[in-house]
Design a protein around this ligand. Structure first.
Ligand code: RIB
Length: 298
């Protein structure tokens, strides 16, 4: 069984479905409200577990009711939580999300996620040493992201860096990642580049292999030479929250099959994930991805 370690955030998502986004100072009536588990780290852990991997998460929750609910949800998904700490006196991370017309707007309050430490990553060293891949994102302190990249590199375990939410990083860190998986906007910020510059040019300028997500248009990937396009799949979009997380998880789970196959399956998993409300609501099982792909032509 593929073994994945995820180092990242755990949030409770407070999701409002609305006919449109509000402007400053405006009040409108929403259509639906729900409280569902989220956070980029937790989402990637759940997506990888549903795809059949053995998954451990390194992260933090608060000692509040949300933290207890989040822990229970992850345990139900069979995610190993032995490296998730519950922090006394801290609140759990939250994300206020508005979903309108399949798009979203998100405000994250990191809370406990801001206290995920490099020491926690070092503490998971034996787990990471046995992993087939490590996933890390940027809703936790950057020093912890760096520690994850360096440890994975030192141990010879591929680390997939999902640079979201977008921030500029020291360019040297990117060399420790097996793949960096931004969208177009995140890649420009990561490299300190002009956001209007062609993303294929930016991919070629990056000091590491890039797998770039393009929403419904699929993904582009580049190890060497020219970037290669993998088309997306046509589905009815309900909520795109968590699509990137599903993509990253699938990429890690199927990495051993080689990049073309892993990217195709990641596009399929991400497509399925947007057909239901909530970040984890539409994350598919391995069987669902296999069935979906069997129905496609490309
Ligand atoms: O990537 C989607 C996630 O971003 C949401 O679940 C939310 O918690 C934010 O972290």
């Amino acid at each position: 069984m593929t073994r994945i370690v995820v180092v990242g955030s755990i949030n409770m998502d407070l999701v409002t479905q609305a006919p449109r986004f509000v402007g400053p100072g405006e009040t409108i009536l929403g259509e639906r409200f729900l409280t569902v588990p989220g956070g980029k780290g937790a989402n990637q852990a759940v997506a990888a577990a549903r795809l059949g991997a053995e998954v451990a998460l390194v992260g933090a929750i608060g000692d509040d009711a949300l933290g207890r609910q989040l822990r229970e949800g992850l345990a139900t998904e069979k995610v190993d939580l032995s490296h998730v700490v519950q922090l006394a006196g801290s609140a759990s991370g939250t994300a206020s999300i508005t979903v309108a017309g399949g798009e979203n707007q998100i405000i994250v309050v990191p809370a406990a996620n801001a206290r995920v430490t490099p020491a926690q990553v070092e503490g998971a060293q034996s787990l990471i040493a046995r992993a087939d891949a490590v996933l890390v994102q940027m809703e936790i302190p950057l020093e912890t992201v760096e520690a994850t990249l360096r440890l994975g590199h030192r141990l010879g375990v591929p680390v997939l860096l999902n640079p979201a939410p977008a921030q500029k990083l020291p360019i040297d860190w990117l060399r420790f990642a097996r793949y960096v998986t931004p969208n177009q906007h995140e890649l420009a910020i990561l490299l300190g580049a002009d956001p209007t510059e062609d993303f294929r040019t930016l991919m070629q300028r990056a000091p590491c292999p890039i797998v770039l997500t393009r929403g419904g248009d699929g993904a582009w990937y580049r190890e060497q030479g020219d970037p290669i396009h993998r088309s997306g799949f046509n589905v009815a979009v309900v909520d795109s929250t968590g699509a990137g997380d599903t993509f990253n998880a699938a990429l890690a789970v199927f990495l051993a099959e080689g990049l073309p196959s892993a990217v195709r399956k990641a596009c399929a998993a991400a497509a399925l994930s947007v057909t239901k409300l909530g970040a984890q609501g539409g994350m598919p099982t391995l069987h669902e991805v296999t069935f979906f792909l069997a129905q496609q032509k490309g």
